[in-house]
Design a protein around this ligand. Structure first.
Ligand code: HXC
Length: 269
């Protein structure tokens, strides 16, 4: 289901880091379905090839270029190849992220650093490397994938929480500095997304149904829903939105919403 014309992004080229799976693949699909060509960048070429094949069986609208966003030279190389393959760049989606549950007291310095390197430095470095390419087209859009951990204190999530809070700040500051180049910088902060690596890693075993029941809408979101919101944010319909991170979490991160809902439902039968 889409409220947009299927050619709204015709002729546009997007780079999507972390685009081989999950939320970012959902965003890639929404963009391809509306006319864009997408270059997917993440660590494993075989995973990227499978994702590109799924998005665009003839290869005309999707290609994968392997690079770890922590390796700036490799990232630069993959960005250059993407721009060459599709003839320019209009949209960058910074989706590459790392995460695992770990209590702060047991988290090693390198564990914290690894997530900061992927999420925060990866976002800045990809944005910085894409800036001149976006500028060449007279402007464009950068979409940073954040998370509710950025503003909601979350147990065992100090590393991604800090990393995504920094990503949100990058969204604000780049919007300010790059607005004059007609580059919008926006963010999306999803809550839990069904069927993703993040959900697998972050859901305490056996808690799925209890967690769903505690959510205001009684369910997590989907990659399709996040894809549609991302499509809106990168489309001309959102032309005056910049420096903002849109929370798409079904009100799950409202303070104590889960606790209140559980109590009210028990009280109301
Ligand atoms: C404690 C851990 C750990 C765990 C890794 N580390 N997993 N510490 N509990 N479960 C520590 C390691 O001990 C090591 O520190 C350091 O992190 C680096 O780990 P490596 O395995 O050597 O690194 P690497 O192979 O590069 O892995 C990167 C990773 C990993 C982020 C740590 O989890 C990963 O690659 N994940 C795949 C991507 C991913 O997580 N996708 C889901 C994103 S979910 P030491 O000290 O031992 O050297 C998501 C949605 C929600 O983003 C976002 C919320 C903000």
């Amino acid at each position: 289901m889409s409220i947009f014309k299927s050619d709204i992004l015709q002729g546009k080229v997007a780079i999507i880091t972390g685009g081989g799976s999950g939320i970012n693949l959902g965003i890639a699909k929404a963009l391809v379905d509306h006319g864009a060509s997408v270059a997917l960048i993440s660590r494993t070429q075989s995973k990227l090839d499978a994702a590109a094949e799924q998005l665009s069986p003839d290869g005309s609208q999707a290609k994968g270029f392997a690079a770890d966003v922590r390796d700036v030279d490799a990232l630069k190389g993959a960005i250059e190849k993407s721009v060459e393959a599709f003839g320019g760049l209009d949209i960058l989606v910074n989706g590459a992220a790392g995460n695992f549950l770990a209590p702060a007291a047991a988290l090693s310095p390198n564990g914290f650093k690894s997530v900061m390197d992927i999420d925060t430095l990866g976002t800045f470095n990809a944005s910085r490397l894409c800036f001149e390419h976006l500028q060449k087209r007279g402007g464009g859009v950068i979409l940073n994938v954040s998370a509710t951990q950025a503003f909601m204190p979350t147990p065992m999530q100090v590393h991604p929480g800090a990393a995504k809070a920094a990503v949100d700040k990058i969204t604000e500051d780049l919007a300010l500095e790059w607005g004059p180049f007609n580059i919008r910088v926006v963010g999306i902060a999803p809550g839990g997304v069904e069927g993703t690596e993040g959900m697998k890693r972050l859901m305490p075993p056996g808690m799925d149904e209890k967690m769903r029941a505690a959510l205001p809408l009684g369910r997590f979101t989907t990659t399709e829903e996040i894809g549609q919101v991302a499509l809106f944010l990168v489309s001309p319909a959102a032309g005056y939105i910049t420096g903002t991170t849109l929370v798409v979490d079904g009100a799950s991160a409202m303070p104590l919403s889960g606790v209140f809902w559980t109590a009210m439902r028990q009280w109301g039968g």
